[in-house]
Design a binder for this molecule. Structure first.
Ligand SMILES: [Ca+2]
Ligand SMILES: [Ca+2]
Ligand SMILES: [Ca+2]
Length: 600
């Protein structure tokens, strides 16, 4: 129940995708714009069929609840101004009517999905906008073994406020697919379902499904676990390491800081806090947490800031006029000041004591001409209210999504399957070329089984059950030559989740051990690196992996690697004695053309 509440707020995002994003990887949907069959606009103007779609129609005789119609002339009072093409779909408002389609594409582990539909209402027969309000549901589903439809995610759109002449864009967001989820690898299904009473008609057009590959961008002290508070002492401190804290309390800074979560049996315990500590933020305008992360906005990528938000058990922000609000912001710095790009306001009306709710703000598709392209990413949580209340915040997450995922064999090091009851590790990894200075037993490269959750050396954010290990000595490495070439105009991003061995961490003192992530190609004789990111062990942990990404800017036609096979590598550049651990290798590509629908 609580998990469900959490998902609802993240799912529905309006308006952002109204314009086709540059370089978005759209998964092909048959007759996505309802242009077929072609309707003769001089005759009846509508047909009770839509090619390519499975029509669920409770009018089994005439099928008059689902079909397509021709947009009227531009001077007609019911002309839909922003229709895509010449035709749209109509859908009867009664529960049981709907469109659905199984696509050729599958849910790829590690990818997230966004289904968008232009929605409007019939001018003559609009769905009910008063109680009981009619609604339409956008759905992503898959078929189980019995061929039954199983919903993966859904979002509800109510008729209230919708127009007959202007479609509004609604989106459903599906968070990254975990390889363990039942729909991983299953065929993607999209559906639009009426959820109301009979009598009205919805107008639908331009169904789009975008796939992208999100990776984490590092946020310092993202879970507010430092400074560490002694829970037996005062249990709160007025600062948080790593954050810039504007605080209207100039003297003691008591509007921003961190506190220790109370014991589980305590009345004010926060059930779903991340770790042991949480941040507090006074509700008065002028109080904030801000951070400039060490990453930049990249053209062709989407950004999403997510924060777990709650309210103080003792001093809640006002839920009556004047309503207190808090803003999540993505910003950048021009020469002189920080400039907001997108902000999302939250108020306390849907928040509850003892429970944090995920709230997200998104910046879709950075364009090369945007002022923030190439600039440092700034994130902020700012109060916009009156004094007296406190917000509580935890688990700040920043992700960057690139449109297209390129498959990598055994990307999560799940094969060969290691018997966790045996030795727990094997000295090889399927699908990878392993360079190993230990010629004899190859014990510098291989895979191991994550330990159980209660174990001291458990890796909390491993992908699946297994992780790779790599000896720190130069000469050890994993490489893979992909059956895909560097495409002119495209950018590439290789991401690996990296950590260190709990027993044998690579050296963080001189001489420093380094791990290199690289994109390479083969000229006639040897492999040549094009982009390399060195990673040091200094900020790495054995219990939590951190995403590192190496970027290759747009490939030019005269680059030597244009058209050559893509090579990816993780290589040690150090002395023997330590071990890197790594998991969840992801390669993403931005597409050169805005209208490209190639998802391979
Ligand atoms: Ca259309
Ligand atoms: Ca925390
Ligand atoms: Ca794995």
């Amino acid at each position: 129940m609580l998990g469900r509440m959490k998902s609802v707020i993240v799912l529905l995002v309006m308006g952002f995708w109204a314009a086709g994003p540059v370089g978005a990887a759209l998964i092909p949907i048959e007759n996505a714009s309802f242009e077929a069959p072609v309707v003769d606009p001089n005759s009846f103007g509508a047909m009770p069929v839509a090619e390519g779609w499975t029509e669920l129609d409770i009018d089994t005789l005439g099928g008059t609840n689902t079909g397509v119609f021709a947009n009227t002339p531009a001077d007609s009072p019911d002309h839909v101004a922003n229709a895509d093409g010449d035709q749209l779909a109509f859908l009867g408002s009664e529960l049981g009517n709907g469109f659905r389609q199984g696509l050729a594409a599958t849910y790829k582990p590690g990818c997230d999905y966004r289904l968008s539909v232009g929605v409007g209402v019939s001018m003559r027969f609009p769905p009910s906008m008063v109680e009981p309000v009619d609604a339409v549901e956008l759905v992503l589903y898959y078929l189980d073994e019995e061929q039954s439809v199983v919903d993966v995610a859904s979002a509800t759109v109510e008729a209230t406020g919708l127009s007959a002449t202007q479609l509004e864009d609604f989106s459903l967001y599906l968070a990254p697919v975990d390889s363990e989820e039942a729909w991983a690898g299953q065929t993607i299904g999209v559906a639009i379902r009426a959820m109301g009473l009979a009598g009205g008609f919805w107008t639908l057009d331009n169904v789009r499904l975008a796939e992208s590959v999100p990776v984490s961008i590092y946020v310092e002290n993202a879970s507010f676990e430092s400074p560490v508070i002694d829970p037996n002492a005062f249990s709160a401190v007025p600062y948080a390491d790593g954050w810039i804290e504007p605080d209207v309390d100039d003297l003691s800074g008591s509007n921003t800081g961190v506190f220790a979560n109370t014991a589980e049996e305590s009345w004010d315990h926060t059930v779903n806090a991340d770790g042991f500590q949480i941040a507090f933020l006074g509700s008065q305008k002028g109080n904030a947490f801000e951070q400039d992360v060490t990453a930049t906005y990249k053209a062709g990528c989407d950004y999403r800031l997510t924060v777990a938000v709650g309210v103080s058990s003792r001093y809640q922000p006002s839920i009556e006029e004047p309503l207190d609000t808090m803003e999540l912001v993505l910003c950048y710095y021009d020469e002189t000041a920080s400039v907001d790009i997108v902000a999302r306001a939250v108020d306390a009306r849907h928040l509850s004591i003892g429970w944090l709710q995920d709230v997200s703000v998104e910046l879709p598709n950075v364009h090369p001409d945007d002022l923030w392209a190439g600039k440092s990413i700034g994130i902020a949580m700012r109060s916009e209210g009156l004094p007296g209340g406190f917000w509580i915040l935890d688990d700040v997450r920043l992700t960057e999504s690139m449109p297209t995922s390129i498959p990598i064999e055994n990307a999560s090091f799940e094969t060969p399957v290691v018997d966790p009851n045996g030795f727990g590790a094997v000295p090889y990894a399927d699908g990878w070329i392993e360079s190993d200075v230990d010629d004899l037993s190859g014990s510098n490269t291989g895979v191991f089984a994550n330990t159980s959750e209660d174990s001291w050396d458990h890796v909390v954010n491993a992908d699946g059950f297994q992780i790779a290990f790599l000896g720190s000595q130069k000469g050890n490495g994993f490489e893979q030559d992909l059956p895909i070439a560097y495409e002119v105009g495209a950018q590439y991003r290789l991401t690996v989740a990296v950590g260190v061995s709990s027993r044998y961490a690579p050296s963080i003192e001189e001489p420093l051990d380094r791990l290199e992530l690289a994109l390479y190609y083969y000229d006639e004789t040897e492999s040549v690196d094009i982009a390399v990111l060195p990673v040091e062990a200094t900020h790495l942990s054995s219990g939590r992996l951190r995403d590192y990404s190496v970027y290759l800017p747009s490939v030019h036609s005269d680059d030597l690697w244009a058209g050559k096979s893509i090579g990816i590598a993780m290589r040690s550049e150090g002395l023997p004695g330590g071990f890197w651990i790594m998991d969840h290798v992801r390669l993403a590509e931005t597409l050169p053309a805005p209208d490209s629908t190639d998802t391979n």
